[in-house]
Design a protein around this ligand. Structure first.
Ligand code: HEM
Length: 132
């Protein structure tokens, strides 16, 4: 975050919310229920809203990201909003815009997945979502 607003941190892009950056639900509930629709962390990788607190996923090709995912899992995650793109998992939380992205063509989703497989893997275990 800069005085002009957020700028991209290219060295850490796609790694999701940094494991060592605390963002707790504890002090957010009152803000969400009184003044704000949602509250973002300074790095904009964590968000608290009516759904609780969610953390941007690591979508680099590391084992802590989507390194072990199949293309079919990726497509299912985006099309159906299923965490890990697997049956029986929890829904993917806001603000991940999968309800819009699900309209992408198979070709585009496959291209996205192929691209993500080419970027630098970053080891980063993103925190689990929290309830408010
Ligand atoms: C083309 C762009 C994007 C792709 C390919 C993408 C991909 C993904 C995937 C595959 C997941 C699920 C990871 C898992 O199940 O472990 C995910 C989760 C997430 N994404 Fe995205 N994403 C994109 C853009 C965005 C944007 C624009 C935002 C926020 C404004 C966002 C926020 C999140 C959050 C918060 C999660 C975690 C949700 C949860 O824990 O349930 N993503 N993303």
């Amino acid at each position: 975050m800069t005085p002009q607003g957020p700028v991209l941190d290219m060295a850490r892009r796609f790694m999701g919310h940094p494991a060592d950056e605390p963002f707790s639900a504890a002090d957010k509930k009152e803000l969400i229920q009184s003044q704000f629709v949602a509250v973002f962390s300074p790095g904009m990788t964590a968000a608290a809203g009516p759904w609780g607190v969610s953390f941007a996923a690591n979508i680099t090709p590391d084992d802590t990201g989507i390194g072990a995912w199949t293309e079919a899992q990726f497509i299912k995650a985006i099309r159906e909003g299923k965490s890990k793109g697997m049956e029986g998992t929890r829904p993917i939380l806001p603000p991940m815009p999968w309800p819009s992205y699900k309209n992408m063509t198979d070709e585009d989703l496959k291209a996205l997945f192929a691209y993500l497989k080419t970027i630098k893997p970053i080891n980063n275990t993103v925190p689990k979502p929290q309830s408010l």
